[in-house]
Ligand binder design. Structure first.
Ligand code: C5P
Length: 415
């Protein structure tokens, strides 16, 4: 994906994460983008106009009123900026600016050019603030509204915050933001094959009860499924995310259904079998469950204890069995390294259109970590090996492959 010749309008608000933006500008420029920067007054407390204009090779915009004494100044800049941009990126987006954008206020250049942005251009918002601020009802309400109104809101990451606390609020690194901008420009919502499609995604682990206080589960964090939900919603899909127990924020604009056991996940997923266009099984579903969960708490009596297990329903295979020709079934195949053959077998057995083979090494790929190494195999046995990517980037690549399948299926049915 290239940003060559694309016009990126970059809005910077007054948050400490603004210190990362000069690097983002460099990355965008290296990819051939034209970058113009708009700052709020507070942003200039964190990063200087000189730095921003030197890197973007453009004057930085701050004041809504033009310089009357400059013959060159554009007197209707707040409109021409909105017309010029192929995408508007606000990073970091503070609670104050988020509230202003939601209310439609335009008392500075950043908020005014947000309103004048041409319809259907990608709007990416990267909130970054203290964890408590981020989860406050007003910020969450405003972000929800923005996500319902054509903005892609990218949830902040967890980690150390400038407040000295640890929590959700960190802006993603410039490399991740640059890749998301490139993906958004390349798959502009309206042009995306996923626009308006109904996508169901299962994510996370399941819990299978042994008794009322114990269960069997696995290390799945749900990050891959949630990344897919974020990316699909950004491409204009209507996303239903059926999630096992995870510690993740619901991606904006996504309908989330929380479940615990495989039986519950299956029940919720089945409700969408007939109506969805694409079913993605990203959940690490328990293959077996205890035949009978004991009521109360099993007492400690004997030296050994046996539990008898029964097989769980295969949720994804259940979808494939009844799927109509226009519907796509996508799955994952977590294998020990080198077992690509197992993944191909799964593709055939479960009648999938695409399978993502991945291994688990506990460091770069598989459960819990933020990165993944996937190999995508489609129903025509075309193989695409992806490098080590963040789960968000890997999700984008998977959706690109799904969009290609939609295009090739359409071509075949048109012939
Ligand atoms: O058979 P295996 O568990 O390796 O298959 C993995 C794929 O099938 C994943 O996409 C997973 O979400 C899905 N699956 C499922 N229901 C199961 C087991 C796996 O949907 N019971």
């Amino acid at each position: 994906m290239s940003l060559k010749g694309k016009n990126i309008l970059l809005g910077i608000c007054g948050g400490i994460a603004a210190y990362k933006i000069p690097l983002l500008i460099r990355l965008l420029k290296t990819q051939g983008a034209n970058v113009r920067v708009v700052v709020t007054k507070a942003a200039t407390m964190f990063v200087t106009e000189l730095t921003l204009s030197t890197l973007s090779q453009e004057p930085v915009c701050k004041d809504i009123f033009p310089d009357l004494f400059s013959a060159k100044d554009d007197w209707t800049r707040h409109i021409t900026m909105g017309e010029w941009a192929d995408a508007y990126v606000i990073a970091p987006a503070t609670a104050n600016t988020i509230a202003k954008l939601t209310a439609g206020m335009c008392d500075d250049m950043l908020s005014a050019s947000f309103i004048t942005l041409r319809p259907n251009k990608p709007k990416l918002i990267f909130p970054a603030m203290d964890g408590e601020m981020f989860s406050s009802p007003s910020v969450q309400r405003n972000l929800f509204w923005l996500s319902q109104n054509g903005c892609t809101v990218v949830n902040p990451e967890s980690g150390d915050l400038a407040s000295g606390q640890c929590g959700t609020g960190r802006m993603p690194e410039p490399e991740t933001i640059a890749k998301m901008i490139a993906a958004a420009v390349a798959s502009n919502q309206q042009d995306s094959k996923l626009h308006g499609k109904s996508v169901v995604i299962t994510a996370g682990p399941t819990r299978e009860k042994i008794d009322d206080v114990r269960f069997i589960s696995n290390y799945s964090s749900g990050k891959m499924g949630f990344a897919l939900a974020t990316a699909a919603a950004a491409r204009g899909a209507q996303v239903t995310l059926v999630s096992g127990p995870v510690h993740l924020q619901t991606p904006h604009g996504v309908n989330r259904l929380d479940v615990e056991s495989t039986a519950e996940m299956n029940r919720e997923a089945k409700k969408h079998h007939a109506s969805c266009d694409i079913f993605i099984g990203a959940a690490a579903v328990a293959d077996y469950r205890p035949a009978k969960a004991a009521s109360g708490k099993i007492r400690k009596k004997h030296e050994t204890m046996g539990i008898s297990f029964v097989k769980n329903p295969d949720i994804l295979a259940g979808f494939s069995k009844q799927k109509k020709p226009h519907q796509l079934a996508i799955g994952f195949s977590l294998e020990t390294a080198g077992n690509l053959r197992n993944a191909k077998e799964k593709l055939e057995q479960k009648k999938l259109d695409l399978v993502a083979y991945n291994t688990f090494d506990g460091k770069t790929s598989g459960f819990e970590v933020d990165t993944n190494i996937l190999t995508l195999i489609d129903k025509n046995l075309e193989i695409r090996e992806l490098p080590l990517l963040s789960k968000q980037e890997a999700a984008e690549k998977m959706l690109d492959a799904i969009e290609e399948l939609i295009s090739s299926d359409k071509k075949t049915s048109d012939e």
